[in-house]
Ligand binder design. Structure first.
Ligand code: NAD
Length: 479
């Protein structure tokens, strides 16, 4: 299948007529081509967006809301087709794409379609000065949205939906590794009646297409989700141009398990928080710390559950773990397993590639649990972003808190305990943007979402996202 750019409501080839191979991770085969777009394609997308802006920014909230909700409904109608496409492009089980990725993409449009009708700005009466201040929340203009490969449509729409709801026009780029569902979205937007040029989707490499977006002098805000090194690069390019920046970056999240937790619930959720989406979720709890008194029991029970997970072709209903997203990524993850061995980590289970019959060239890897001798080793400090978790025991709250916070990242943390005072003490002190207690990845789209330290700056979600995608202008009137 040949993917095209979506510019000004139409599908077009890249001006250079250069293409990139698109791989299916489950088979390791090339199954399509995507545009290798250049600066000129981005310029065309920008011009379309700029032209559409005066009208879109003045479109009533009801009408914007109606169109976004229509996109949401069309995604739901096309659930099966989108789930299959996402699975083929990314390697994730179809069951996961069907239960999580595509429904959430639909929710993103529905949520922001509704949220914009409830969004309001403030006024401040300056008592004793005979003045009133009111604050306008105006759309920025043309904004750039750049997303990664792990939750392709889910994260792409998590940016686009609030940007559009707030009245901006968008130049967006999905990951070149997983472009398919973003391509399919263009047609849905046309069917929903989104005016041409309001959303433009340009495909290509980060270093060329993405770079052209972040360098563009008139794209005034960049919402980016991806790796920390890329985020730092984007900040270096965009900050001197005074662009607004939202950066959602990497993580190395602690999963802290106390002996007083609800054990069965914890065990079941920890399997998911470790290996859902082949461990390729920025929120996965990749560092598991277990209170010493239950460490041996946990180790035995957890490893038994992980060994029972089925690695297989993403379209099989019985598959728990699909393929990793790409060959280079599989090699990176394997390299970390070697590093763990060199650092005296003990591979409790997994560690090897899996050959799936009939799909011998697919990128399959066993879910891997590594017992680490200390928390300073590289596999405990660096983001692996694959089906690999580390486990180690801890003795008390202070010790585990110190280890949990002793990484450069600070995205999320999970805490398993029934002790209320401890919950509140630790939630206060954990260096993370999101803390889950006795659950994982439970999402309410109104809540602020984002990280601290090397996990990024800014918050997405709810009104935070609508604030990011608007400029506040205060008007002070004396009477
Ligand atoms: P990546 O940084 O390599 O790429 C992300 C996107 O940025 C892609 O679309 C890519 O083409 C683009 N890009 C690359 N270089 C660019 C440049 N110079 N200018 C503009 N755009 C550029 O990340 P990835 O490998 O696709 O995704 C994995 C990473 O994403 C992990 O680190 C993961 O933790 C992170 N992530 C974070 C969150 C979060 O919410 N914090 C969510 C999902 C993934």
């Amino acid at each position: 299948m040949t993917i095209k750019n979506y510019i000004n409501g139409q599908f077009s080839n890249p001006i250079s007529n250069e293409w990139i191979d698109n791989y299916c991770p489950a088979t390791g085969e090339v199954y399509g081509q995507i545009p290798n777009s250049t600066k000129e394609d981005v310029e065309n997308a920008y011009t379309a967006a700029k032209t559409a802006f005066p009208s879109w920014s003045q479109t009533t909230l009801e009408e914007r809301s109606r169109i976004l909700i229509k996109i949401s409904e069309l995604l739901e109608t096309n659930l099966q087709r989108f789930a299959e496409a996402e699975s083929k492009d990314n390697g994730k089980p179809i069951s996961l794409a069907k239960a999580v990725d595509i429904p959430r993409a639909a929710s993103n449009f529905r949520f922001f379609g509704n949220a914009i009708t409830q969004f309001s700005s403030e006024s401040h009466e300056s008592i004793g000065q005979n003045a009133i201040n009111y604050t306008l929340r105006q759309p920025i203009g043309v904004v750039g949205c750049i997303s990664p490969w792990n939750l392709p449509l889910y994260l792409f729409t998590w940016k686009i939906a609030p940007a559009l709801a707030a009245g901006n026009c968008v130049v967006a780029k999905p990951s070149e590794v997983t472009p398919m569902t973003a391509y399919l979205l263009g047609d849905i937007c046309n069917q929903a009646g989104l005016p041409k040029g309001v959303l433009n989707i340009v495909h290509g490499l980060g270093t060329s297409t993405g770079q052209a977006i972040i360098e563009h002098p008139d794209i005034k805000a960049i919402s980016f989700t991806g790796g920390t090194a890329t985020g730092a690069h984007i900040a270096r390019v965009a900050a001197p141009m005074f662009k607004k920046l939202s950066l959602e970056l990497g993580g190395k999240n602690p999963n802290i398990i106390f002996a007083d937790c609800d054990y069965d619930d914890m065990l079941e959720t920890t399997v998911r928080s470790s290996f859902a989406n082949q461990g390729q979720i920025c929120l996965c709890g990749s560092r598991i710390f277990v209170e010493a008194s239950i460490y041996e029991k946990f180790k035995k029970d957890f490893v038994a559950k992980i060994k029972a997970l089925k690695v297989g072709h993403p379209s099989e209903a019985s598959t728990n773990i699909g393929a990793l997203v790409s060959k280079p990524h599989l090699e990176k993850v394997m390299e970390y397993i070697n590093i763990a061995k060199e650092e005296n980590g003990i591979i409790l289970c997994g560690g090897n590639k899996v050959v799936v019959k009939g799909f011998e060239n697919g990128y399959y890897l066993e879910p891997t649990v590594i017992e680490v001798p200390n928390d300073n080793c590289r596999v405990n400090q660096e983001e692996i972003f694959g089906p690999v978790v580390t486990i180690m025991p801890f003795n008390n709250e202070d010790e585990v808190l110190e280890m949990a916070n002793k990484v450069k990242y600070g995205l999320s943390a999970t805490l398993w305990t029934n002790n209320l005072k401890r919950t509140m003490r630790m939630s206060n002190q954990l260096q993370a943007g999101i803390v889950w207690v006795n659950t994982w990845m439970m999402r309410d789209l109104r809540t602020p979402f984002g990280g601290v330290k090397a996990s990024g700056v800014g918050r997405e979600g709810g009104f935070e996202a609508l604030r990011f995608f608007t400029e506040a202008k205060n008007v002070c009137i004396k009477y």
